[in-house]
Design a protein around this ligand. Sequence first.
Ligand SMILES: [Zn+2]
Length: 100
Amino acid sequence: MENGITAHIGGLKCDSPTCDYKDDSITLEQYESYIDAPCPDCGAPLLTLEDYNQVQKILSLVDLVNSLPEPTEDSKEKGKISFEFNGTGKVNVKIEKLDE
Ligand SMILES: [Zn+2]
């Protein structure tokens, strides 16, 4: 039975609003080595320490939710939560409900 939530975190995009550089091949495990790494196109940071810390908080949240008791039958709605970072340490959270 599928239970709990899974974090799909990966890829990095340039923090500059005028630059559309992104690399989807970067994995979450590699994030640490990209802290303050400059964008190859424009030199803006790809991942600030603030954003990296937010990612760690999200991962702890995922762990926390997954440690809760099993959900009841009527709470099995599926949804998708996405987090967007822009280098300010603030996060843009988007929650979509998925229809089965
Ligand atoms: Zn850039």
